[in-house]
Design a protein around this ligand. Structure first.
Ligand code: UGA
Length: 433
Protein backbone atom coordinates (compact mmCIF):
# COMPACT_ATOMS: atom_id res chain seq x y z
CA UNK A 1 0.00 0.00 0.00
CA UNK A 2 1.30 3.45 -0.88
CA UNK A 3 1.58 5.78 2.04
CA UNK A 4 1.79 9.05 0.13
CA UNK A 5 -0.16 11.74 1.96
CA UNK A 6 -3.55 12.74 0.59
CA UNK A 7 -5.72 15.83 0.97
CA UNK A 8 -8.87 15.02 2.90
CA UNK A 9 -11.89 17.28 3.35
CA UNK A 10 -14.19 16.30 6.21
CA UNK A 11 -17.71 17.73 6.30
CA UNK A 12 -19.03 17.88 9.85
CA UNK A 13 -17.08 18.77 13.00
CA UNK A 14 -19.07 16.60 15.41
CA UNK A 15 -17.77 13.57 17.27
CA UNK A 16 -17.28 11.50 14.13
CA UNK A 17 -15.93 14.27 11.88
CA UNK A 18 -13.42 15.56 14.40
CA UNK A 19 -12.12 12.11 15.28
CA UNK A 20 -11.91 11.16 11.58
CA UNK A 21 -10.13 14.41 10.66
CA UNK A 22 -7.69 14.28 13.57
CA UNK A 23 -6.86 10.61 12.98
CA UNK A 24 -6.24 11.07 9.25
CA UNK A 25 -3.95 13.99 10.13
CA UNK A 26 -2.19 11.70 12.60
CA UNK A 27 -1.67 9.22 9.72
CA UNK A 28 0.15 12.00 7.84
CA UNK A 29 -2.62 13.32 5.60
CA UNK A 30 -3.49 16.96 5.17
CA UNK A 31 -7.02 17.56 6.45
CA UNK A 32 -9.54 20.40 6.35
CA UNK A 33 -12.64 19.98 8.50
CA UNK A 34 -15.63 22.06 7.48
CA UNK A 35 -18.73 22.80 9.59
CA UNK A 36 -21.74 25.08 9.19
CA UNK A 37 -21.64 26.35 12.79
CA UNK A 38 -19.35 29.43 12.77
CA UNK A 39 -18.81 29.40 16.57
CA UNK A 40 -17.68 25.78 16.41
CA UNK A 41 -15.15 26.54 13.69
CA UNK A 42 -13.93 29.66 15.49
CA UNK A 43 -13.42 27.64 18.69
CA UNK A 44 -11.53 24.91 16.81
CA UNK A 45 -9.35 27.53 15.14
CA UNK A 46 -8.45 28.72 18.66
CA UNK A 47 -7.56 25.07 19.46
CA UNK A 48 -10.62 24.70 21.70
CA UNK A 49 -12.25 21.30 21.22
CA UNK A 50 -16.01 21.62 21.69
CA UNK A 51 -16.60 18.01 22.79
CA UNK A 52 -15.18 15.78 25.47
CA UNK A 53 -13.42 12.83 23.88
CA UNK A 54 -10.32 11.40 25.56
CA UNK A 55 -7.14 11.94 23.53
CA UNK A 56 -8.80 14.11 20.87
CA UNK A 57 -7.54 17.46 22.11
CA UNK A 58 -3.95 16.20 22.21
CA UNK A 59 -4.30 14.67 18.75
CA UNK A 60 -5.64 17.92 17.30
CA UNK A 61 -2.90 19.95 18.98
CA UNK A 62 -0.17 17.55 17.84
CA UNK A 63 -1.31 17.66 14.21
CA UNK A 64 -2.01 21.39 14.01
CA UNK A 65 0.15 21.81 10.92
CA UNK A 66 -1.83 19.26 8.91
CA UNK A 67 -5.29 19.95 10.33
CA UNK A 68 -7.35 23.03 9.55
CA UNK A 69 -10.90 24.14 10.17
CA UNK A 70 -13.13 26.22 7.98
CA UNK A 71 -16.72 27.18 7.32
CA UNK A 72 -16.00 27.60 3.63
CA UNK A 73 -16.89 24.76 1.24
CA UNK A 74 -14.47 25.92 -1.47
CA UNK A 75 -11.56 26.03 0.95
CA UNK A 76 -12.36 22.53 2.22
CA UNK A 77 -12.68 21.04 -1.26
CA UNK A 78 -9.69 22.81 -2.78
CA UNK A 79 -7.32 20.05 -3.96
CA UNK A 80 -9.10 17.37 -1.93
CA UNK A 81 -8.57 13.73 -2.96
CA UNK A 82 -11.31 12.60 -0.57
CA UNK A 83 -14.46 14.32 0.64
CA UNK A 84 -15.60 12.62 3.84
CA UNK A 85 -19.19 13.17 4.90
CA UNK A 86 -19.53 13.01 8.68
CA UNK A 87 -22.69 15.00 9.30
CA UNK A 88 -25.51 14.05 11.65
CA UNK A 89 -28.33 11.77 10.44
CA UNK A 90 -30.83 12.07 13.33
CA UNK A 91 -34.18 10.29 13.27
CA UNK A 92 -37.15 12.09 11.80
CA UNK A 93 -40.58 11.89 13.42
CA UNK A 94 -41.29 8.74 11.39
CA UNK A 95 -38.09 7.05 12.62
CA UNK A 96 -36.39 7.28 9.21
CA UNK A 97 -32.91 8.81 9.17
CA UNK A 98 -32.96 12.52 8.32
CA UNK A 99 -30.50 12.82 5.44
CA UNK A 100 -30.98 16.54 4.82
CA UNK A 101 -27.47 17.42 6.02
CA UNK A 102 -26.03 14.76 3.68
CA UNK A 103 -27.93 16.17 0.69
CA UNK A 104 -26.82 19.69 1.57
CA UNK A 105 -23.17 18.60 1.38
CA UNK A 106 -23.73 16.90 -2.00
CA UNK A 107 -25.60 19.91 -3.39
CA UNK A 108 -22.96 22.35 -2.15
CA UNK A 109 -20.07 20.56 -3.85
CA UNK A 110 -18.58 22.87 -6.47
CA UNK A 111 -17.73 21.66 -9.98
CA UNK A 112 -14.79 19.27 -9.61
CA UNK A 113 -12.72 18.58 -12.73
CA UNK A 114 -10.37 15.98 -11.32
CA UNK A 115 -10.66 12.57 -9.75
CA UNK A 116 -11.69 12.55 -6.08
CA UNK A 117 -13.87 10.29 -3.93
CA UNK A 118 -16.87 11.24 -1.80
CA UNK A 119 -16.78 8.92 1.22
CA UNK A 120 -19.78 8.37 3.47
CA UNK A 121 -18.85 8.14 7.16
CA UNK A 122 -22.27 9.13 8.46
CA UNK A 123 -24.60 6.24 9.24
CA UNK A 124 -27.18 6.10 6.48
CA UNK A 125 -29.95 3.74 5.33
CA UNK A 126 -29.02 1.02 2.85
CA UNK A 127 -29.55 2.45 -0.62
CA UNK A 128 -28.31 5.94 0.22
CA UNK A 129 -25.04 5.48 -1.67
CA UNK A 130 -26.89 4.65 -4.85
CA UNK A 131 -29.06 7.75 -4.50
CA UNK A 132 -25.99 9.91 -3.86
CA UNK A 133 -24.31 8.39 -6.94
CA UNK A 134 -27.32 9.38 -9.05
CA UNK A 135 -27.35 12.88 -7.62
CA UNK A 136 -23.62 13.31 -8.32
CA UNK A 137 -24.21 12.17 -11.91
CA UNK A 138 -27.19 14.52 -12.30
CA UNK A 139 -24.96 17.34 -11.16
CA UNK A 140 -22.35 16.41 -13.75
CA UNK A 141 -19.85 15.34 -11.08
CA UNK A 142 -18.97 12.19 -13.03
CA UNK A 143 -15.30 12.31 -12.12
CA UNK A 144 -16.19 12.11 -8.45
CA UNK A 145 -16.21 8.56 -7.10
CA UNK A 146 -18.27 7.31 -4.19
CA UNK A 147 -17.49 4.94 -1.33
CA UNK A 148 -19.03 3.91 1.96
CA UNK A 149 -16.59 3.69 4.87
CA UNK A 150 -18.72 3.28 8.01
CA UNK A 151 -17.40 4.10 11.45
CA UNK A 152 -17.31 1.69 14.36
CA UNK A 153 -15.79 3.99 16.95
CA UNK A 154 -17.42 4.22 20.36
CA UNK A 155 -17.57 7.50 22.24
CA UNK A 156 -14.99 7.70 25.00
CA UNK A 157 -12.58 5.41 23.09
CA UNK A 158 -13.09 6.86 19.61
CA UNK A 159 -9.48 7.84 18.91
CA UNK A 160 -8.18 4.44 19.96
CA UNK A 161 -10.97 2.67 18.05
CA UNK A 162 -10.17 4.64 14.88
CA UNK A 163 -6.42 4.00 14.98
CA UNK A 164 -6.70 0.38 16.21
CA UNK A 165 -9.96 -0.92 14.74
CA UNK A 166 -11.13 -4.52 14.55
CA UNK A 167 -11.70 -3.97 10.84
CA UNK A 168 -12.03 -1.31 8.17
CA UNK A 169 -15.04 -1.62 5.88
CA UNK A 170 -14.95 -0.11 2.40
CA UNK A 171 -17.80 -0.44 -0.07
CA UNK A 172 -17.43 1.18 -3.49
CA UNK A 173 -19.04 1.21 -6.92
CA UNK A 174 -15.62 1.15 -8.59
CA UNK A 175 -12.66 -0.91 -7.40
CA UNK A 176 -10.24 1.98 -7.92
CA UNK A 177 -12.25 4.13 -5.46
CA UNK A 178 -12.32 1.34 -2.90
CA UNK A 179 -8.56 0.83 -3.38
CA UNK A 180 -7.95 4.54 -2.80
CA UNK A 181 -10.01 4.62 0.42
CA UNK A 182 -8.26 1.48 1.68
CA UNK A 183 -4.85 3.08 0.89
CA UNK A 184 -5.84 6.19 2.83
CA UNK A 185 -5.83 4.00 5.96
CA UNK A 186 -2.21 2.88 5.43
CA UNK A 187 -0.53 2.79 8.83
CA UNK A 188 -3.52 1.18 10.53
CA UNK A 189 -3.13 -2.54 11.19
CA UNK A 190 -6.53 -4.11 10.58
CA UNK A 191 -8.29 -6.39 8.12
CA UNK A 192 -10.02 -4.47 5.34
CA UNK A 193 -13.44 -5.79 4.33
CA UNK A 194 -14.21 -4.79 0.73
CA UNK A 195 -17.79 -4.94 -0.48
CA UNK A 196 -20.42 -3.30 -2.62
CA UNK A 197 -21.87 -0.05 -1.27
CA UNK A 198 -25.20 -1.48 -0.04
CA UNK A 199 -23.47 -4.23 1.94
CA UNK A 200 -21.09 -1.73 3.58
CA UNK A 201 -24.12 0.35 4.60
CA UNK A 202 -25.79 -2.76 6.01
CA UNK A 203 -22.63 -3.88 7.86
CA UNK A 204 -22.82 -0.69 9.91
CA UNK A 205 -26.50 -1.05 10.79
CA UNK A 206 -26.22 -4.79 11.43
CA UNK A 207 -23.16 -4.38 13.69
CA UNK A 208 -24.99 -1.93 15.93
CA UNK A 209 -28.14 -4.08 15.87
CA UNK A 210 -26.12 -7.13 16.94
CA UNK A 211 -24.59 -5.21 19.85
CA UNK A 212 -27.99 -3.86 20.96
CA UNK A 213 -29.47 -7.33 20.72
CA UNK A 214 -26.80 -8.64 23.09
CA UNK A 215 -27.55 -5.87 25.58
CA UNK A 216 -31.32 -6.41 25.53
CA UNK A 217 -30.72 -10.16 25.73
CA UNK A 218 -28.57 -9.93 28.85
CA UNK A 219 -30.99 -7.41 30.36
CA UNK A 220 -33.85 -9.86 29.92
CA UNK A 221 -31.70 -12.65 31.37
CA UNK A 222 -31.03 -10.24 34.29
CA UNK A 223 -34.73 -9.71 34.80
CA UNK A 224 -35.31 -13.46 34.88
CA UNK A 225 -32.34 -13.79 37.27
CA UNK A 226 -34.08 -11.36 39.61
CA UNK A 227 -37.24 -13.41 39.47
CA UNK A 228 -35.45 -16.69 40.10
CA UNK A 229 -32.55 -15.86 42.44
CA UNK A 230 -29.65 -16.15 39.98
CA UNK A 231 -26.89 -13.56 39.58
CA UNK A 232 -26.51 -12.13 36.06
CA UNK A 233 -22.89 -11.09 36.65
CA UNK A 234 -21.94 -14.73 37.17
CA UNK A 235 -24.22 -15.81 34.32
CA UNK A 236 -22.59 -13.33 31.90
CA UNK A 237 -19.15 -14.56 32.95
CA UNK A 238 -20.23 -18.16 32.51
CA UNK A 239 -21.67 -17.71 29.04
CA UNK A 240 -19.07 -15.17 27.88
CA UNK A 241 -16.25 -17.69 28.22
CA UNK A 242 -17.87 -19.75 25.50
CA UNK A 243 -15.84 -18.66 22.49
CA UNK A 244 -18.90 -18.81 20.27
CA UNK A 245 -20.57 -16.22 22.51
CA UNK A 246 -17.68 -14.07 23.79
CA UNK A 247 -17.67 -11.73 26.78
CA UNK A 248 -18.34 -8.29 25.24
CA UNK A 249 -21.59 -6.38 25.54
CA UNK A 250 -23.01 -8.66 28.19
CA UNK A 251 -23.14 -6.08 30.97
CA UNK A 252 -26.69 -5.94 32.28
CA UNK A 253 -27.87 -2.50 33.32
CA UNK A 254 -30.50 0.14 32.90
CA UNK A 255 -30.46 0.02 29.11
CA UNK A 256 -28.50 1.48 26.25
CA UNK A 257 -28.59 5.11 25.21
CA UNK A 258 -26.38 7.45 23.23
CA UNK A 259 -26.33 9.08 19.86
CA UNK A 260 -26.11 5.83 17.91
CA UNK A 261 -27.94 2.75 19.19
CA UNK A 262 -31.38 4.30 19.75
CA UNK A 263 -31.23 6.20 16.45
CA UNK A 264 -29.79 3.33 14.42
CA UNK A 265 -32.24 0.78 15.81
CA UNK A 266 -35.14 2.99 14.72
CA UNK A 267 -33.53 3.62 11.34
CA UNK A 268 -33.06 -0.12 10.67
CA UNK A 269 -36.54 -0.94 11.92
CA UNK A 270 -37.94 1.73 9.61
CA UNK A 271 -35.73 0.71 6.70
CA UNK A 272 -37.06 -2.84 7.02
CA UNK A 273 -40.65 -1.65 7.39
CA UNK A 274 -40.35 0.63 4.36
CA UNK A 275 -39.21 -2.42 2.41
CA UNK A 276 -42.24 -4.39 3.63
CA UNK A 277 -40.46 -6.42 6.31
CA UNK A 278 -41.51 -6.49 9.96
CA UNK A 279 -38.24 -6.87 11.90
CA UNK A 280 -39.64 -8.65 14.94
CA UNK A 281 -36.41 -9.24 16.82
CA UNK A 282 -35.28 -5.63 16.51
CA UNK A 283 -38.68 -4.40 17.68
CA UNK A 284 -38.32 -6.55 20.79
CA UNK A 285 -34.78 -5.26 21.39
CA UNK A 286 -36.06 -1.68 21.33
CA UNK A 287 -39.03 -2.40 23.58
CA UNK A 288 -36.95 -4.32 26.13
CA UNK A 289 -34.60 -1.34 26.29
CA UNK A 290 -37.41 1.13 26.91
CA UNK A 291 -38.79 -0.98 29.75
CA UNK A 292 -35.33 -1.54 31.20
CA UNK A 293 -34.78 2.19 31.76
CA UNK A 294 -37.92 2.26 33.91
CA UNK A 295 -37.17 -0.75 36.10
CA UNK A 296 -35.22 1.35 38.60
CA UNK A 297 -38.45 3.17 39.46
CA UNK A 298 -40.07 -0.12 40.49
CA UNK A 299 -37.04 -0.97 42.61
CA UNK A 300 -37.23 2.40 44.37
CA UNK A 301 -40.94 1.84 45.02
CA UNK A 302 -40.28 -1.52 46.58
CA UNK A 303 -37.87 0.03 49.09
CA UNK A 304 -39.36 3.48 49.66
CA UNK A 305 -43.06 3.08 48.89
CA UNK A 306 -44.39 6.31 47.42
CA UNK A 307 -41.65 8.46 45.91
CA UNK A 308 -43.48 11.69 46.67
CA UNK A 309 -41.10 14.09 48.46
CA UNK A 310 -38.44 11.39 48.59
CA UNK A 311 -34.97 12.64 47.79
CA UNK A 312 -33.29 10.54 45.10
CA UNK A 313 -29.68 11.09 44.03
CA UNK A 314 -28.78 10.16 40.44
CA UNK A 315 -25.07 9.50 40.13
CA UNK A 316 -23.96 9.94 36.54
CA UNK A 317 -25.94 11.62 33.78
CA UNK A 318 -23.99 10.90 30.58
CA UNK A 319 -25.23 7.86 28.65
CA UNK A 320 -21.98 6.13 29.52
CA UNK A 321 -18.70 7.07 31.24
CA UNK A 322 -15.94 9.11 29.57
CA UNK A 323 -18.30 11.18 27.47
CA UNK A 324 -20.37 14.30 27.98
CA UNK A 325 -23.03 13.02 25.59
CA UNK A 326 -26.57 13.12 26.97
CA UNK A 327 -28.35 12.00 23.82
CA UNK A 328 -30.96 9.36 24.74
CA UNK A 329 -29.27 8.92 28.12
CA UNK A 330 -31.26 6.66 30.48
CA UNK A 331 -30.75 9.40 33.11
CA UNK A 332 -33.22 11.59 31.19
CA UNK A 333 -35.98 8.98 31.41
CA UNK A 334 -35.19 8.29 35.06
CA UNK A 335 -35.16 11.95 36.06
CA UNK A 336 -38.40 12.56 34.18
CA UNK A 337 -40.16 9.59 35.80
CA UNK A 338 -38.93 10.52 39.29
CA UNK A 339 -40.08 14.12 38.94
CA UNK A 340 -43.44 12.89 37.67
CA UNK A 341 -43.74 10.74 40.80
CA UNK A 342 -43.13 13.82 42.96
CA UNK A 343 -39.58 12.94 44.06
CA UNK A 344 -36.87 15.52 44.67
CA UNK A 345 -34.09 14.72 42.23
CA UNK A 346 -30.48 15.68 42.74
CA UNK A 347 -27.82 14.65 40.26
CA UNK A 348 -24.06 14.52 39.91
CA UNK A 349 -21.88 13.95 36.87
CA UNK A 350 -18.16 14.70 36.55
CA UNK A 351 -18.45 16.03 33.00
CA UNK A 352 -22.06 16.84 32.12
CA UNK A 353 -23.28 20.23 33.22
CA UNK A 354 -26.87 19.26 33.93
CA UNK A 355 -28.10 22.76 34.63
CA UNK A 356 -30.55 22.58 31.73
CA UNK A 357 -32.34 19.60 33.28
CA UNK A 358 -35.48 21.27 34.51
CA UNK A 359 -36.39 20.49 38.09
CA UNK A 360 -33.16 18.58 38.79
CA UNK A 361 -30.79 19.94 41.42
CA UNK A 362 -27.10 19.57 40.51
CA UNK A 363 -24.44 18.60 43.07
CA UNK A 364 -20.71 19.01 42.56
CA UNK A 365 -19.73 15.69 44.16
CA UNK A 366 -21.36 12.28 44.69
CA UNK A 367 -21.15 12.82 48.45
CA UNK A 368 -23.01 16.13 48.15
CA UNK A 369 -25.72 14.52 46.00
CA UNK A 370 -26.24 11.74 48.55
CA UNK A 371 -26.49 14.09 51.54
CA UNK A 372 -29.94 13.62 53.13
CA UNK A 373 -31.06 11.34 50.27
CA UNK A 374 -33.53 8.49 50.65
CA UNK A 375 -31.82 6.58 47.87
CA UNK A 376 -28.88 6.84 45.50
CA UNK A 377 -28.99 5.38 42.02
CA UNK A 378 -25.84 4.65 40.04
CA UNK A 379 -26.90 5.61 36.54
CA UNK A 380 -23.51 5.84 34.80
CA UNK A 381 -20.54 3.76 35.89
CA UNK A 382 -18.07 6.62 36.27
CA UNK A 383 -14.89 5.19 37.86
CA UNK A 384 -14.94 7.97 40.48
CA UNK A 385 -17.88 6.18 42.12
CA UNK A 386 -15.65 3.22 43.00
CA UNK A 387 -13.51 5.55 45.15
CA UNK A 388 -16.36 7.01 47.20
CA UNK A 389 -16.25 6.22 50.93
CA UNK A 390 -19.71 4.69 50.89
CA UNK A 391 -19.78 3.89 54.61
CA UNK A 392 -19.26 7.59 55.36
CA UNK A 393 -21.80 8.61 52.72
CA UNK A 394 -24.36 6.21 54.20
CA UNK A 395 -24.07 8.07 57.50
CA UNK A 396 -25.30 11.26 55.84
CA UNK A 397 -28.29 9.70 54.06
CA UNK A 398 -31.86 9.64 55.34
CA UNK A 399 -32.31 6.04 54.20
CA UNK A 400 -29.43 3.86 53.04
CA UNK A 401 -30.85 2.53 49.79
CA UNK A 402 -28.48 2.11 46.85
CA UNK A 403 -29.65 0.97 43.43
CA UNK A 404 -26.64 0.04 41.33
CA UNK A 405 -27.97 0.43 37.80
CA UNK A 406 -24.66 -0.71 36.31
CA UNK A 407 -23.64 -3.47 38.74
CA UNK A 408 -20.36 -1.62 39.30
CA UNK A 409 -19.97 -1.87 43.08
CA UNK A 410 -19.36 -4.94 45.23
CA UNK A 411 -22.56 -5.18 47.28
CA UNK A 412 -21.01 -7.04 50.24
CA UNK A 413 -19.13 -4.09 51.87
CA UNK A 414 -22.09 -1.82 51.18
CA UNK A 415 -24.41 -4.22 52.97
CA UNK A 416 -21.90 -4.43 55.82
CA UNK A 417 -22.13 -0.62 56.01
CA UNK A 418 -25.88 -0.85 56.49
CA UNK A 419 -27.02 -0.26 52.92
CA UNK A 420 -29.94 -1.96 51.28
CA UNK A 421 -28.39 -2.69 47.89
CA UNK A 422 -30.01 -3.76 44.68
CA UNK A 423 -28.28 -4.18 41.36
CA UNK A 424 -29.71 -5.30 38.04
CA UNK A 425 -30.26 -9.05 37.85
CA UNK A 426 -28.35 -9.79 41.02
CA UNK A 427 -29.43 -11.86 43.99
CA UNK A 428 -31.69 -9.72 46.18
CA UNK A 429 -30.32 -8.12 49.32
CA UNK A 430 -30.51 -10.87 51.95
CA UNK A 431 -31.57 -8.20 54.42
CA UNK A 432 -34.67 -7.33 52.46
CA UNK A 433 -35.56 -10.60 50.75
C1 UGA B 1 -21.72 2.41 19.61
C2 UGA B 1 -20.91 1.23 19.08
O1 UGA B 1 -20.28 0.54 20.16
C3 UGA B 1 -19.84 1.71 18.08
O2 UGA B 1 -19.19 0.57 17.52
C4 UGA B 1 -20.51 2.49 16.96
O3 UGA B 1 -19.58 2.99 16.03
C5 UGA B 1 -21.28 3.65 17.57
O4 UGA B 1 -22.27 3.15 18.50
C6 UGA B 1 -21.93 4.41 16.45
O5 UGA B 1 -22.81 3.85 15.77
O6 UGA B 1 -21.50 5.54 16.16
P1 UGA B 1 -21.40 4.22 21.56
O7 UGA B 1 -22.84 4.54 21.36
O8 UGA B 1 -20.44 5.34 21.61
O9 UGA B 1 -20.87 3.26 20.37
O10 UGA B 1 -21.23 3.44 22.92
P2 UGA B 1 -21.18 1.93 23.46
O11 UGA B 1 -19.97 1.79 24.28
O12 UGA B 1 -21.39 0.96 22.40
O13 UGA B 1 -22.44 1.93 24.46
C7 UGA B 1 -23.76 2.16 24.00
C8 UGA B 1 -24.74 1.97 25.13
O14 UGA B 1 -24.84 0.58 25.48
C9 UGA B 1 -24.37 2.69 26.42
O15 UGA B 1 -25.53 3.28 26.96
C10 UGA B 1 -23.85 1.60 27.32
O16 UGA B 1 -24.03 1.88 28.68
C11 UGA B 1 -24.71 0.43 26.88
N1 UGA B 1 -24.10 -0.89 27.15
C12 UGA B 1 -22.98 -1.28 26.49
C13 UGA B 1 -24.71 -1.75 28.05
O17 UGA B 1 -25.75 -1.43 28.65
N2 UGA B 1 -24.15 -2.99 28.27
C14 UGA B 1 -23.03 -3.40 27.62
O18 UGA B 1 -22.59 -4.54 27.86
C15 UGA B 1 -22.43 -2.53 26.72
Amino acid sequence: MSTSPSRVAVFGAGYVGLVTGACFAELGHSVVVRDVIPERIAALQRSEVPIYEPGLEELIARNGERLHFTGDVGEAIDGADFVYIAVGTPPTYSGDADLSAVWTVIDELPAIDRRCVVVMKSTVPVGTGLKVRHRLDERGLNLVGYASNPEFTAEGTAVKDFLHPDRIVVGAFKDEDGDAVARLHAGIEAPVVRSDVASAEMIKLAANAALMTRISFINEIANVCEATGADVVRVAEGIGLDRRIGPSFLRAGIGFGGSCFPKDSLALKQLAANSGYHFQLLNAVIEVNELQKRRVIGKLHSHLGSLRNKRVALLGLAFKPHTDDMREAPSLVLAGRLLAEGADVIAWDPVVDGHDLHGVEIADAPEAAALGADAVVIVTEWPQLADVDWAAVGGTMRTRVLIDGRNMLDPAPLRAAGFTVEGIGRAADPGIA
